[in-house]
Structure formats: structure tokens, C-alpha cells
Design a protein around this ligand. Structure first.
Ligand SMILES: Cc1cc2nc3c(=O)[nH]c(=O)nc-3n(C[C@H](O)[C@H](O)[C@H](O)COP(=O)(O)OP(=O)(O)OC[C@H]3O[C@@H](n4cnc5c(N)ncnc54)[C@H](O)[C@@H]3O)c2cc1C
Length: 504
């Protein structure tokens, strides 16, 4: 048990990617005043991965905790607003070739119940509309290239995330952490010294010095220098569930009008992201190296971007998909890619980073820096990893694209969890999706509306359509009213670019 006084604590963070600097800032803002000393070590020769440019709404609360306004960090990182993600080409069913996955907003309570209701009737074969796009204000804002920030007299805040330049965000956070007193050492860790009880004792740096600490935070990326290599915590691969293990990224010129959504489009052997920043568009193709070569992937992406003859450089990346068995082991906490990664389809990695640090801080404050709750902490994070994984797997398993072995193997993949089988079965037998998710206690990973968006958005309905007379209870909701409500609400939001120019 590690129960030394808070005031004497030394924390060393290994890694200066987004995870390392997010950890440094959150720990500094919470603990620096208690006298805890925080040092971050990173090797400029290795450098951060430099991708990861889309967020969930969680990131807003990260900046709020640091007291940093959007006006300050967004322009510094060429950041834009994100209403959600549009999925193109994931379903080949007529009328369902594209759908939008929004973030949760309170105002949805006025329009989304109609979608939930209609989805039950639609699955029973009645001809009522339940394409998710029609029922969410965020989908309309994204379609109209609008910001998610309403005019001051509109009483409903809208859930939103961000797009940003990962390198610039790292630099921005590093300046902030140093201003909060975090010590920064640029050196490579060449060896890890262990205590006799199996804890980490010190890091041996390539400049000849040694650095000791009470707590080590492993933010060394896919290298997993401390958690995987030094402490030998086993890695649980998700390779059987998720085939993608590689990516190629190519920037393209800034797009007009400035979009306020991420676009995820299926490719022959994976999918491509399109993330609009204020100075460029970030593009990448996430694919399975078992199904296509890096060169094939680059050519397919260049064709999509109309950059076949351009000499703009492509960056090729490898991804290790899965998670460590324990995120907090002995005196080491793993945060970021060192703790695991579930591929970037729903841009959840930084959300996970933030959640891991916040929970670690909370548990340590509650338990006076003992390791009493390590098992529970690890179990909760593992369940979360698996919950998010199942939602991502659903995109591939349920896709009706079938033009390559990659897509055919994905939709026939038998390696899906019992939880996911249960959800799909419940949907196909006409059950209420909210009840299924709540009974499975997985709403905190992805809530019912997210599942509804993918299942209804793909157009997966078990029965053939029959027309219903207008006086049938299936027509409980007046969809003209829903359209009108969303259209009128959208008038309270400015064009994305205009808003950024005016306010940031
Ligand atoms: C293709 C792709 C797309 C992604 N898209 C998204 C997205 O849209 N949204 C999202 O939230 N996330 C996304 N991610 C994940 C995101 O990139 C990472 O979660 C995030 O960048 C954090 O990375 P990290 O800090 O853990 O690791 P890294 O950025 O790899 O940083 C590792 C750090 O450790 C240091 N280091 C390593 N070994 C040593 C050593 N021996 N000595 C000293 N220093 C060392 C390196 O110098 C570096 O500073 C994506 C990832 C990939 C691969």
C-alpha cells in the first residue's frame, strides 16, 4: 500500500503526447497546491503520434476545469466545432446510405421521442419514418454548416465536441502545464529500475540521470514502456473483433463552406475520416493490413481526395487494438495509447484519457493515496473499454456493404460479444431499445439514442413494409411538427465560419 503524505508525493509522467499533457494539466490543477511535484519526461526523438483530431463533448469539461476559454485554445489549435459524425456508405439499403450520429442535447426531448416510438412500429412493418436525421437538431445544424452555440436568448444548450490540430493542442497544453509548475524534461527513458517489491523505482534517462517518483504515469503511447514492458501487464487484443490495424493520413486544403461535423466514409478495406479545421482538412484511411497493402490504401485515399498527382506527404501509422489487463498496477497508471485503443471511428480515445485521469484523481483523494480501490478501478475501465468496443464492432458487423472480402468477413464475423448479440436480437424482435440498453446497464458507454441511430440509421428493420392508415396509433407523432420545430430552432444558430470569425 502506498500511503505517504500527499505533500511529499512525486509524480512522473512518461510521454508528452496529448495523453501526457492532459494528465499533467489535470493533476497540476487538482494537486499542485497540495505540494505534489509533477515532472513530465518525453523524448523529442520519438515524438507524439500527432493524430487524434476529433473529440466528444467531454473535452469541454477538461478545458472548463483548467479555466481555459474556447476563445483562447481554439484559435491556437485551428479548432472547429463538431455537431456529431456523419456516416456515409455504411449501409447499402435504399434511403439509408447515410446517417448522422449526434451528441446528446436536452432539446432532443422535444423531437427524439417520435423516433423511438416510430422505430417500434417501423420494426413491426408499419410505414412510418424513422430515419434518425429527421429527429435531431444537431443533424440539421451539421447539414446547414452551423455552429452548435446558440444565440444568447435561445434557452437550450446543444451537446458538441471539437476538431483540432493534435500537434498544436499538445504544444498549447505543454505551455499551460509548465505555467502550472510542471517540470519538463526532454530525454529518452532507456531503462526502468524496479524496487524489490515489484514497484517502479526510477527511470534511467539517456542523459545519464535517474528520476524517482511515488507514482509513475505511463503516457508513452503504443510503446507502453512502463505498464507493458517494465511491469509486464498482459495486453488483451481486440483483433478478432476489430480488423483495422493501420492508417494513412493526408491533409487537404481547407473546405468551403466550413463544415461542423466529422464525416466517416466507408472505403474498400476500412473507412476514411474527414475532419475540418480552420486551416486544412484532416483526412485519413483506417484499414486492415491483412486485406490491403499500405500502398493500395494510400492510392485509394488519394483518389478519394483528388490528390493522386499531388506531392503532399502521406503519413503511415500502425495501431495496436485492445487494452491492457490492468490500467493501474502497482505504482503505475497507464493513460492514453499505452492503456489501449479501440480505433478512432467514434473519436473516443481522448474521452477515455480524460476519464481515466479524473477517476484516478477522485479515487486517490477519497482513499488518501492508498491502492485500496485498484481492482474496482481496473474493472470499471475494462467494462468501459468493452462497452465502447461493442458499439464500434456493431458498425462493421451490421454493415451491408459487401463488395470486398473485408466487408464480407466483417459482416460474417462470429466474434461478437453476448452483449452485442443480445442488443441486435432485441432490436430484431421488436423490443424497446431503451429498455434493452438500460437492463444491460450499458447506457453510460453508449446511450439508447446512439444505438437507435446506428440500427435505424442503417435501415435494419425485420419486417416488410405495410402502409398504415393515418388514424392508426402508429401515427401518434405529427412529423410536420417535428420538421418545423427543428427548422425553427436551427434559426437560432449562426453559420459556423461566421461564428468563429466573430467570436474566436
Ligand atoms: C489513426 C488514428 C486516429 C485517431 N483519431 C482520434 C480521434 O479522432 N479522436 C481521439 O480522441 N483520439 C484519436 N486517436 C487516438 C489519439 O491519437 C491518442 O489517444 C492521443 O493522441 C494520445 O496519444 P498518447 O499521448 O497516448 O501517445 P503519443 O502521442 O504516441 O505520445 C507518446 C509520448 O511518449 C513519448 N515516449 C515514448 N517512449 C518514450 C521513451 N522511451 N522515453 C521518453 N519518451 C517516450 C513520446 O516521445 C511521446 O511524447 C487516433 C489514433 C490513431 C492511431
Amino acid at each position: 500500500m502506498h500511503t505517504a503524505k500527499i505533500a511529499n508525493k512525486q509524480i512522473v509522467i512518461l510521454g508528452g503526447g496529448t495523453a501526457g499533457w492532459m494528465t499533467a494539466n489535470l493533476m497540476a490543477v487538482k494537486w499542485q497546491k497540495s505540494g505534489i511535484k509533477i515532472t513530465l519526461v518525453e523524448s523529442p526523438a520519438i515524438g507524439p503520434i500527432g493524430v487524434g483530431e476529433g473529440s466528444t463533448p467531454q473535452l469541454k469539461s477538461f478545458f472548463d476545469q483548467l479555466g481555459i476559454a474556447e476563445r483562447e485554445w481554439m484559435p491556437a489549435c485551428h479548432a472547429t466545432y463538431k455537431n456529431g459524425i456523419r456516416f456515409n456508405g455504411w449501409s447499402s439499403r435504399k434511403g439509408f446510405e447515410s446517417y448522422f450520429h449526434p451528441f446528446a442535447s436536452r432539446i432532443d426531448a422535444f423531437s427524439a421521442p417520435a423516433l423511438f416510438y416510430n422505430s417500434i412500429h417501423r420494426r413491426n412493418g408499419l410505414n412510418v419514418d424513422c430515419h434518425p436525421d429527421r429527429f435531431y437538431l444537431s443533424a440539421k445544424l451539421a447539414e446547414q454548416h452551423k455552429t452548435p452555440i446558440p444565440e444568447h436568448n435561445f434557452p437550450f444548450p446543444i451537446g458538441y465536441g471539437y476538431h483540432f490540430d493534435a500537434h498544436l493542442l499538445g504544444q498549447f497544453l505543454s505551455t499551460k502545464a509548465k505555467a502550472l509548475g510542471v517540470q519538463h524534461i526532454q530525454a529518452k527513458v532507456v531503462n526502468v529500475g524496479m524496487q524489490t517489491n515489484g514497484d517502479i523505482a526510477h527511470l534511467q534517462l539517456d542523459n545519464g540521470s535517474k528520476i524517482s517518483a511515488d507514482i509513475f504515469v505511463d503516457c508513452s503511447g503504443f510503446n507502453g514502456v512502463l505498464i507493458q514492458k517494465a511491469l509486464k501487464v498482459p495486453f488483451v487484443s481486440f483483433k478478432e473483433n476489430l480488423f483495422n490495424d493501420s492508417a494513412v493520413a493526408i491533409p487537404s486544403p481547407v473546405s468551403q463552406p466550413l463544415r461542423s461535423q466529422t464525416i466517416s466514409t466507408t472505403m474498400k478495406y476500412g473507412w476514411a475520416w474527414d475532419i475540418p479545421l480552420t486551416n486544412r482538412v484532416g483526412n485519413g484511411y483506417v484499414y486492415s493490413a491483412e486485406h490491403c497493402t499500405a500502398e493500395q490504401a494510400e492510392i485509394e485515399l488519394r483518389k478519394k481526395l483528388n490528390l493522386l498527382d499531388s506531392d503532399v506527404e502521406a503519413r503511415h501509422l500502425k495501431m495496436k487494438i485492445g487494452r491492457v489487463e490492468k490500467h493501474w498496477h502497482r505504482n503505475c497508471l497507464a493513460v492514453g495509447l499505452s492503456q489501449g485503443f479501440i480505433e478512432p471511428l467514434e473519436a473516443t480515445a481522448l474521452h477515455f484519457v480524460q476519464e481515466t485521469i479524473e477517476r484516478f484523481i477522485e479515487v486517490n483523494e477519497k482513499n488518501h493515496f492508498s491502492d485500496n480501490n485498484q481492482d474496482e478501478f481496473n474493472q470499471q475501465l475494462n467494462q468501459r473499454f468493452e462497452g465502447i468496443r461493442d458499439y464500434i464492432v456493431a458498425h462493421y458487423r451490421l454493415s451491408s456493404r459487401d463488395d470486398t472480402d473485408y466487408w464480407r468477413e466483417n459482416s460474417a464475423n462470429p466474434n461478437i460479444s453476448n452483449q452485442l448479440k443480445h442488443i441486435v436480437k432485441g432490436w430484431m424482435t421488436g423490443e424497446d431499445i431503451s429498455q434493452i440498453i438500460q437492463q444491460a446497464k450499458i447506457q453510460s458507454y453508449y446511450p439508447p439514442f446512439s444505438w437507435l441511430c446506428i440500427l435505424a440509421g442503417y435501415g435494419i428493420f425485420p419486417k416488410q413494409l405495410t402502409d398504415v392508415p393515418q388514424d392508426n396509433p402508429a401515427h401518434k407523432y405529427d412529423l410536420d411538427y417535428v420538421d418545423d420545430f427543428i427548422q425553427r430552432s436551427s434559426l437560432n444558430f449562426k453559420d459556423h465560419k461566421t461564428f468563429l470569425d466573430l467570436h474566436l
